[in-house]
Design a binder for this molecule. Sequence first.
Ligand SMILES: C=C(O[C@@H]1C=C(C(=O)O)C=C[C@H]1O)C(=O)O
Length: 431
Amino acid sequence: MTSLPTSESDIAHLAPLVTRTVALSPEDGTALLGLLPATSPRDALSWVRRGEGLVGWGRAASVTTHGAARFEELESWWRDVSSSAVVRDEVDLPGTGPVAFGAISYAADSPSGATLVVPSVVVGRRGDQWWVTTTSPDALPGSADPVAHDDVASPGEVAFADGSLSPTEWAGAVAEAVSRIQAGALDKVVLARDLDVQTSAPIDVRWLLGRLAENYESTWVFAVDGLVGATPEMLVRREKGLVTSRVLAGTIQRTGDDEHDLALAGSLARSSKDLEEHEYAVRSVADALAPHCSSMNVPEAPFVLHLSNVMHLATDVAGVLTDETSSLALAASLHPSAAVCGTPTPVADALISELEHMDRGRYAGPVGWMDARGDGEWGIALRSGSIHHDDAQRMTLYAGCGIVAGSVPEAEVAESDAKLIPMRDALTARP
Ligand SMILES: C=C(O[C@@H]1C=C(C(=O)O)C=C[C@H]1O)C(=O)O
Protein backbone atom coordinates (compact mmCIF):
# COMPACT_ATOMS: atom_id res chain seq x y z
CA MET A 1 0.00 0.00 0.00
CA THR A 2 1.32 3.44 -0.82
CA SER A 3 0.62 6.28 1.56
CA LEU A 4 -0.68 9.59 0.32
CA PRO A 5 1.90 12.34 0.07
CA THR A 6 1.40 14.95 2.76
CA SER A 7 3.22 17.72 1.01
CA GLU A 8 3.60 19.13 -2.48
CA SER A 9 6.63 21.15 -3.36
CA ASP A 10 7.13 22.83 -6.70
CA ILE A 11 10.90 22.58 -6.80
CA ALA A 12 13.21 19.60 -6.88
CA HIS A 13 15.22 19.62 -3.68
CA LEU A 14 18.42 19.36 -5.66
CA ALA A 15 18.03 22.68 -7.47
CA PRO A 16 19.61 25.21 -5.13
CA LEU A 17 18.11 28.68 -5.01
CA VAL A 18 20.31 31.64 -5.79
CA THR A 19 19.59 34.64 -3.57
CA ARG A 20 21.04 38.09 -3.63
CA THR A 21 20.30 40.95 -1.21
CA VAL A 22 21.44 44.49 -1.94
CA ALA A 23 20.74 47.80 -0.22
CA LEU A 24 18.17 50.05 -1.88
CA SER A 25 17.84 53.85 -1.84
CA PRO A 26 14.28 54.59 -2.86
CA GLU A 27 13.02 58.08 -3.60
CA ASP A 28 11.73 60.06 -0.63
CA GLY A 29 8.12 59.23 0.12
CA THR A 30 8.28 55.68 -1.25
CA ALA A 31 5.85 53.36 0.55
CA LEU A 32 6.67 49.67 0.89
CA LEU A 33 3.12 48.59 0.01
CA GLY A 34 3.14 50.86 -3.05
CA LEU A 35 5.90 48.71 -4.57
CA LEU A 36 3.70 45.61 -4.93
CA PRO A 37 2.93 45.01 -8.61
CA ALA A 38 -0.35 43.59 -9.92
CA THR A 39 -0.18 39.80 -9.47
CA SER A 40 -2.53 36.92 -8.80
CA PRO A 41 -3.94 37.17 -5.25
CA ARG A 42 -1.85 34.23 -4.04
CA ASP A 43 1.43 35.83 -5.08
CA ALA A 44 1.12 39.22 -3.37
CA LEU A 45 2.97 38.94 -0.06
CA SER A 46 3.06 41.40 2.80
CA TRP A 47 4.14 41.76 6.39
CA VAL A 48 4.10 45.49 7.09
CA ARG A 49 3.57 47.64 10.15
CA ARG A 50 3.91 51.42 10.26
CA GLY A 51 5.55 51.36 6.82
CA GLU A 52 8.27 48.88 7.82
CA GLY A 53 8.58 45.16 7.19
CA LEU A 54 8.59 43.07 4.03
CA VAL A 55 6.66 42.86 0.79
CA GLY A 56 7.22 40.20 -1.83
CA TRP A 57 5.92 38.88 -5.12
CA GLY A 58 6.42 36.00 -7.49
CA ARG A 59 7.24 32.43 -6.47
CA ALA A 60 10.80 31.15 -6.64
CA ALA A 61 9.67 28.11 -4.64
CA SER A 62 6.80 27.00 -2.47
CA VAL A 63 5.53 24.04 -0.49
CA THR A 64 2.19 23.01 0.98
CA THR A 65 1.86 20.49 3.80
CA HIS A 66 -1.15 18.98 5.59
CA GLY A 67 -1.94 17.22 8.82
CA ALA A 68 -0.54 17.16 12.32
CA ALA A 69 3.06 17.24 11.03
CA ARG A 70 2.45 20.30 8.80
CA PHE A 71 4.72 22.58 10.87
CA GLU A 72 7.59 20.08 11.04
CA GLU A 73 7.37 19.37 7.31
CA LEU A 74 7.50 23.09 6.49
CA GLU A 75 10.47 23.47 8.82
CA SER A 76 12.46 20.65 7.28
CA TRP A 77 11.67 21.85 3.73
CA TRP A 78 12.86 25.34 4.65
CA ARG A 79 15.98 23.98 6.29
CA ASP A 80 16.84 22.08 3.08
CA VAL A 81 16.01 24.98 0.78
CA SER A 82 17.69 27.73 2.78
CA SER A 83 20.82 25.76 3.70
CA SER A 84 21.44 24.72 0.09
CA ALA A 85 20.81 28.23 -1.28
CA VAL A 86 23.67 30.17 -2.80
CA VAL A 87 23.47 33.47 -0.92
CA ARG A 88 25.03 36.87 -1.38
CA ASP A 89 23.73 39.19 1.33
CA GLU A 90 25.19 42.69 1.45
CA VAL A 91 22.83 43.92 4.19
CA ASP A 92 22.76 41.14 6.81
CA LEU A 93 19.74 42.04 8.95
CA PRO A 94 16.81 39.93 10.14
CA GLY A 95 14.72 39.46 6.99
CA THR A 96 17.61 39.73 4.49
CA GLY A 97 18.93 36.77 2.50
CA PRO A 98 16.49 33.94 1.73
CA VAL A 99 13.03 34.55 3.21
CA ALA A 100 9.85 32.49 3.20
CA PHE A 101 6.37 33.83 3.92
CA GLY A 102 3.95 31.36 5.49
CA ALA A 103 0.30 30.77 6.34
CA ILE A 104 -0.70 27.73 8.37
CA SER A 105 -4.12 26.17 8.88
CA TYR A 106 -5.65 26.45 12.34
CA ALA A 107 -6.67 22.79 12.40
CA ALA A 108 -4.48 19.82 11.54
CA ASP A 109 -7.25 18.28 9.42
CA SER A 110 -8.06 21.42 7.40
CA PRO A 111 -7.85 20.86 3.63
CA SER A 112 -6.27 24.31 3.31
CA GLY A 113 -3.02 23.05 4.82
CA ALA A 114 0.11 25.08 5.45
CA THR A 115 2.11 26.91 2.81
CA LEU A 116 5.54 28.52 2.62
CA VAL A 117 6.34 30.76 -0.33
CA VAL A 118 9.81 31.98 -1.26
CA PRO A 119 9.11 35.10 -3.33
CA SER A 120 11.12 35.94 -6.43
CA VAL A 121 11.47 39.49 -5.11
CA VAL A 122 11.35 40.78 -1.53
CA VAL A 123 11.67 44.45 -0.62
CA GLY A 124 12.33 45.19 3.04
CA ARG A 125 12.54 48.26 5.19
CA ARG A 126 13.78 48.60 8.73
CA GLY A 127 14.08 52.20 9.90
CA ASP A 128 16.01 54.01 7.18
CA GLN A 129 17.54 50.83 5.81
CA TRP A 130 15.91 49.46 2.66
CA TRP A 131 16.91 46.38 0.70
CA VAL A 132 15.82 44.18 -2.16
CA THR A 133 16.30 40.43 -2.30
CA THR A 134 15.94 38.50 -5.52
CA THR A 135 15.72 34.72 -5.57
CA SER A 136 15.60 32.32 -8.47
CA PRO A 137 16.15 28.63 -9.08
CA ASP A 138 18.59 29.55 -11.85
CA ALA A 139 22.27 30.32 -11.50
CA LEU A 140 21.70 34.02 -12.09
CA PRO A 141 19.13 35.75 -9.92
CA GLY A 142 17.26 38.43 -11.80
CA SER A 143 17.93 41.95 -10.67
CA ALA A 144 14.98 44.03 -9.57
CA ASP A 145 14.59 47.76 -9.40
CA PRO A 146 11.26 48.09 -7.62
CA VAL A 147 9.00 50.88 -8.79
CA ALA A 148 5.81 52.35 -7.35
CA HIS A 149 2.55 51.16 -8.94
CA ASP A 150 -0.67 53.12 -9.11
CA ASP A 151 -2.84 50.57 -10.91
CA VAL A 152 -4.63 49.23 -7.81
CA ALA A 153 -8.11 47.99 -8.77
CA SER A 154 -11.33 48.28 -6.79
CA PRO A 155 -13.31 45.10 -6.09
CA GLY A 156 -16.41 46.89 -7.42
CA GLU A 157 -19.77 46.05 -5.84
CA VAL A 158 -19.42 43.99 -2.68
CA ALA A 159 -22.14 41.72 -1.25
CA PHE A 160 -21.95 40.03 2.15
CA ALA A 161 -23.90 36.90 3.12
CA ASP A 162 -24.08 34.71 6.21
CA GLY A 163 -21.45 32.00 6.30
CA SER A 164 -21.91 28.59 7.91
CA LEU A 165 -24.13 29.94 10.69
CA SER A 166 -26.40 33.00 10.82
CA PRO A 167 -25.69 35.41 13.69
CA THR A 168 -28.71 33.98 15.55
CA GLU A 169 -27.51 30.39 15.09
CA TRP A 170 -24.03 31.43 16.19
CA ALA A 171 -25.49 33.10 19.31
CA GLY A 172 -27.06 29.69 20.04
CA ALA A 173 -23.61 28.09 19.79
CA VAL A 174 -22.25 30.70 22.23
CA ALA A 175 -25.11 29.95 24.67
CA GLU A 176 -24.31 26.25 24.45
CA ALA A 177 -20.62 26.97 25.13
CA VAL A 178 -21.52 29.10 28.17
CA SER A 179 -23.62 26.29 29.62
CA ARG A 180 -20.79 23.75 29.10
CA ILE A 181 -18.40 26.15 30.87
CA GLN A 182 -20.87 26.71 33.71
CA ALA A 183 -21.24 22.91 34.01
CA GLY A 184 -17.45 22.72 34.55
CA ALA A 185 -16.43 21.02 31.27
CA LEU A 186 -13.88 23.77 30.49
CA ASP A 187 -12.84 27.32 31.46
CA LYS A 188 -12.77 29.15 28.11
CA VAL A 189 -13.44 28.52 24.43
CA VAL A 190 -12.95 30.83 21.46
CA LEU A 191 -15.82 30.52 18.98
CA ALA A 192 -15.56 32.02 15.51
CA ARG A 193 -18.02 32.72 12.69
CA ASP A 194 -17.57 33.37 8.99
CA LEU A 195 -19.02 35.74 6.43
CA ASP A 196 -19.16 35.17 2.66
CA VAL A 197 -18.09 37.93 0.32
CA GLN A 198 -18.90 38.22 -3.38
CA THR A 199 -17.42 41.06 -5.42
CA SER A 200 -18.21 42.24 -8.93
CA ALA A 201 -14.52 42.50 -9.89
CA PRO A 202 -11.51 40.35 -8.93
CA ILE A 203 -10.11 41.29 -5.52
CA ASP A 204 -6.79 43.12 -5.76
CA VAL A 205 -4.86 42.29 -2.58
CA ARG A 206 -3.19 45.71 -2.73
CA TRP A 207 -6.58 47.42 -2.41
CA LEU A 208 -7.18 45.65 0.89
CA LEU A 209 -3.63 46.12 2.21
CA GLY A 210 -3.67 49.85 1.49
CA ARG A 211 -6.90 50.45 3.39
CA LEU A 212 -5.94 48.20 6.29
CA ALA A 213 -2.58 49.95 6.69
CA GLU A 214 -4.24 53.37 6.61
CA ASN A 215 -6.76 52.59 9.34
CA TYR A 216 -4.98 50.09 11.61
CA GLU A 217 -1.47 51.39 12.04
CA SER A 218 -0.60 49.38 15.14
CA THR A 219 -1.39 46.08 13.40
CA TRP A 220 0.70 43.88 11.09
CA VAL A 221 -0.86 44.09 7.64
CA PHE A 222 -0.35 40.74 5.96
CA ALA A 223 -0.99 38.83 2.76
CA VAL A 224 0.19 35.28 2.16
CA ASP A 225 -1.24 32.86 -0.42
CA GLY A 226 -4.56 34.74 -0.62
CA LEU A 227 -4.98 35.19 3.15
CA VAL A 228 -5.21 38.92 3.86
CA GLY A 229 -5.71 40.87 7.07
CA ALA A 230 -4.46 43.25 9.75
CA THR A 231 -3.61 41.41 12.93
CA PRO A 232 -2.94 43.12 16.25
CA GLU A 233 -1.64 39.88 17.79
CA MET A 234 2.00 38.78 17.52
CA LEU A 235 2.20 35.07 18.29
CA VAL A 236 5.99 35.10 18.32
CA ARG A 237 8.89 37.18 17.08
CA ARG A 238 12.43 35.78 17.20
CA GLU A 239 15.22 38.21 16.58
CA LYS A 240 18.88 37.61 17.44
CA GLY A 241 18.14 35.44 20.47
CA LEU A 242 15.27 37.53 21.82
CA VAL A 243 11.75 36.08 21.79
CA THR A 244 8.67 38.27 22.18
CA SER A 245 4.94 37.69 21.99
CA ARG A 246 1.97 40.06 22.20
CA VAL A 247 -1.00 38.31 23.79
CA LEU A 248 -4.49 39.76 23.37
CA ALA A 249 -7.72 38.61 25.00
CA GLY A 250 -10.49 40.66 26.50
CA THR A 251 -12.21 43.05 24.10
CA ILE A 252 -14.49 46.02 24.11
CA GLN A 253 -16.00 47.82 21.09
CA ARG A 254 -15.21 51.47 20.52
CA THR A 255 -18.01 54.00 20.33
CA GLY A 256 -16.29 56.74 18.34
CA ASP A 257 -16.56 59.13 21.32
CA ASP A 258 -12.98 59.41 22.64
CA GLU A 259 -13.93 60.40 26.17
CA HIS A 260 -16.43 57.61 26.50
CA ASP A 261 -13.93 55.14 24.99
CA LEU A 262 -11.37 56.13 27.61
CA ALA A 263 -13.88 55.37 30.36
CA LEU A 264 -14.64 52.03 28.66
CA ALA A 265 -10.90 51.26 28.51
CA GLY A 266 -10.76 51.81 32.28
CA SER A 267 -13.65 49.43 32.83
CA LEU A 268 -12.04 46.85 30.52
CA ALA A 269 -8.86 46.95 32.60
CA ARG A 270 -10.94 46.28 35.74
CA SER A 271 -13.41 43.74 34.31
CA SER A 272 -12.95 40.42 36.09
CA LYS A 273 -14.47 38.50 33.13
CA ASP A 274 -11.95 40.02 30.71
CA LEU A 275 -9.01 39.77 33.11
CA GLU A 276 -9.80 36.09 33.62
CA GLU A 277 -10.05 35.46 29.86
CA HIS A 278 -6.78 37.34 29.41
CA GLU A 279 -4.95 35.44 32.12
CA TYR A 280 -5.71 32.09 30.39
CA ALA A 281 -4.18 33.39 27.17
CA VAL A 282 -1.03 34.81 28.83
CA ARG A 283 -0.49 31.58 30.79
CA SER A 284 -0.74 29.42 27.68
CA VAL A 285 1.89 31.54 25.89
CA ALA A 286 4.27 31.81 28.87
CA ASP A 287 4.06 28.04 29.53
CA ALA A 288 4.80 27.18 25.89
CA LEU A 289 7.80 29.55 25.68
CA ALA A 290 9.29 28.63 29.07
CA PRO A 291 11.12 25.45 27.89
CA HIS A 292 12.99 27.50 25.24
CA CYS A 293 13.69 30.68 27.19
CA SER A 294 15.46 32.09 30.21
CA SER A 295 14.92 35.44 31.91
CA MET A 296 11.27 35.52 30.93
CA ASN A 297 9.39 38.72 31.54
CA VAL A 298 5.63 38.25 32.01
CA PRO A 299 4.08 41.54 33.20
CA GLU A 300 1.58 41.12 36.01
CA ALA A 301 -1.09 43.37 34.60
CA PRO A 302 -2.15 43.95 30.99
CA PHE A 303 -2.30 47.29 29.17
CA VAL A 304 -5.16 48.43 26.93
CA LEU A 305 -4.39 48.38 23.20
CA HIS A 306 -6.51 50.90 21.27
CA LEU A 307 -7.45 50.02 17.68
CA SER A 308 -9.89 51.93 15.46
CA ASN A 309 -12.68 49.36 15.92
CA VAL A 310 -12.01 47.72 19.32
CA MET A 311 -9.80 47.88 22.42
CA HIS A 312 -8.06 44.82 23.82
CA LEU A 313 -6.32 43.81 27.00
CA ALA A 314 -2.73 43.17 25.90
CA THR A 315 0.41 41.71 27.46
CA ASP A 316 3.88 41.69 25.91
CA VAL A 317 5.81 38.59 26.99
CA ALA A 318 9.60 38.46 26.39
CA GLY A 319 12.39 35.94 26.94
CA VAL A 320 15.96 35.09 25.98
CA LEU A 321 16.16 32.06 23.70
CA THR A 322 18.29 29.28 25.20
CA ASP A 323 18.24 26.88 22.24
CA GLU A 324 18.20 26.94 18.43
CA THR A 325 14.42 26.68 18.02
CA SER A 326 13.35 28.59 14.92
CA SER A 327 10.59 31.18 14.94
CA LEU A 328 8.37 28.72 13.04
CA ALA A 329 9.00 25.94 15.58
CA LEU A 330 8.23 28.39 18.39
CA ALA A 331 4.99 29.29 16.61
CA ALA A 332 4.21 25.56 16.38
CA SER A 333 4.68 25.11 20.11
CA LEU A 334 2.45 28.12 20.84
CA HIS A 335 -0.35 27.12 18.50
CA PRO A 336 -3.21 27.09 19.32
CA SER A 337 -2.94 29.53 22.20
CA ALA A 338 -5.89 30.18 24.50
CA ALA A 339 -6.41 33.47 22.59
CA VAL A 340 -7.86 31.49 19.66
CA CYS A 341 -8.69 28.08 21.16
CA GLY A 342 -9.41 28.02 24.89
CA THR A 343 -8.57 26.25 28.15
CA PRO A 344 -7.98 23.36 28.52
CA THR A 345 -6.83 23.14 24.89
CA PRO A 346 -8.09 19.63 23.95
CA VAL A 347 -11.57 20.21 25.40
CA ALA A 348 -11.84 23.66 23.81
CA ASP A 349 -10.61 22.34 20.45
CA ALA A 350 -13.22 19.57 20.46
CA LEU A 351 -15.97 22.07 21.33
CA ILE A 352 -14.86 24.34 18.47
CA SER A 353 -15.23 21.45 16.01
CA GLU A 354 -18.63 20.60 17.47
CA LEU A 355 -20.15 24.10 17.61
CA GLU A 356 -18.66 26.23 14.81
CA HIS A 357 -19.84 24.14 11.83
CA MET A 358 -17.05 25.46 9.63
CA ASP A 359 -13.42 24.91 8.72
CA ARG A 360 -11.37 27.87 9.97
CA GLY A 361 -8.93 27.38 7.10
CA ARG A 362 -5.92 29.55 7.85
CA TYR A 363 -7.84 32.02 10.01
CA ALA A 364 -6.48 31.94 13.59
CA GLY A 365 -3.40 30.05 12.43
CA PRO A 366 0.13 31.47 12.36
CA VAL A 367 0.94 33.83 9.48
CA GLY A 368 4.26 35.56 8.88
CA TRP A 369 7.79 35.05 7.62
CA MET A 370 11.11 33.46 8.49
CA ASP A 371 14.68 33.90 7.27
CA ALA A 372 17.50 31.37 6.89
CA ARG A 373 18.74 32.05 10.44
CA GLY A 374 15.33 31.05 11.83
CA ASP A 375 14.52 34.61 12.86
CA GLY A 376 11.08 35.78 11.90
CA GLU A 377 7.68 37.04 12.93
CA TRP A 378 4.51 34.96 13.15
CA GLY A 379 1.24 36.71 13.93
CA ILE A 380 -2.11 35.09 14.51
CA ALA A 381 -4.23 35.47 11.37
CA LEU A 382 -7.07 37.57 12.83
CA ARG A 383 -9.15 40.42 11.34
CA SER A 384 -8.67 38.61 8.08
CA GLY A 385 -10.18 36.77 5.20
CA SER A 386 -9.21 34.30 2.57
CA ILE A 387 -9.60 34.95 -1.16
CA HIS A 388 -10.84 31.74 -2.75
CA HIS A 389 -8.04 30.11 -4.73
CA ASP A 390 -10.41 29.20 -7.57
CA ASP A 391 -12.38 32.49 -7.69
CA ALA A 392 -10.80 35.89 -7.04
CA GLN A 393 -14.29 37.44 -6.67
CA ARG A 394 -15.03 35.44 -3.55
CA MET A 395 -13.64 35.74 -0.08
CA THR A 396 -14.48 34.33 3.36
CA LEU A 397 -14.04 36.61 6.38
CA TYR A 398 -13.71 35.33 9.94
CA ALA A 399 -14.00 36.66 13.47
CA GLY A 400 -14.14 35.02 16.87
CA CYS A 401 -14.59 35.76 20.55
CA GLY A 402 -13.36 34.26 23.78
CA ILE A 403 -16.27 32.74 25.71
CA VAL A 404 -16.11 32.36 29.50
CA ALA A 405 -18.72 31.60 32.19
CA GLY A 406 -20.03 35.19 32.22
CA SER A 407 -20.34 35.69 28.43
CA VAL A 408 -23.63 36.96 26.97
CA PRO A 409 -24.40 35.60 23.46
CA GLU A 410 -25.80 38.87 22.00
CA ALA A 411 -22.76 40.80 23.26
CA GLU A 412 -20.47 38.26 21.60
CA VAL A 413 -22.30 38.66 18.28
CA ALA A 414 -21.76 42.42 18.55
CA GLU A 415 -18.07 41.87 19.39
CA SER A 416 -17.60 39.56 16.41
CA ASP A 417 -19.30 42.18 14.18
CA ALA A 418 -16.82 44.77 15.46
CA LYS A 419 -13.93 42.43 14.64
CA LEU A 420 -15.24 42.03 11.07
CA ILE A 421 -15.18 45.81 10.51
CA PRO A 422 -11.55 46.13 9.32
CA MET A 423 -12.04 43.70 6.43
CA ARG A 424 -15.57 44.86 5.60
CA ASP A 425 -14.45 48.48 5.45
CA ALA A 426 -11.33 47.61 3.44
CA LEU A 427 -13.49 45.85 0.84
CA THR A 428 -16.14 48.55 0.59
CA ALA A 429 -13.96 51.67 0.86
CA ARG A 430 -14.29 54.07 -2.07
CA PRO A 431 -11.19 55.48 -3.75
C1 LIG B 1 -10.48 35.42 17.82
C2 LIG B 1 -10.25 36.72 17.60
O1 LIG B 1 -9.63 37.54 18.50
C3 LIG B 1 -9.06 37.02 19.68
C4 LIG B 1 -10.04 37.07 20.78
C5 LIG B 1 -10.13 38.15 21.63
C6 LIG B 1 -11.21 38.24 22.66
O2 LIG B 1 -12.05 37.34 22.72
O3 LIG B 1 -11.26 39.20 23.43
C7 LIG B 1 -9.21 39.20 21.50
C8 LIG B 1 -8.17 39.13 20.64
C9 LIG B 1 -7.84 37.87 19.94
O4 LIG B 1 -6.96 37.13 20.71
C10 LIG B 1 -10.63 37.36 16.31
O5 LIG B 1 -10.34 38.54 16.12
O6 LIG B 1 -11.20 36.69 15.45
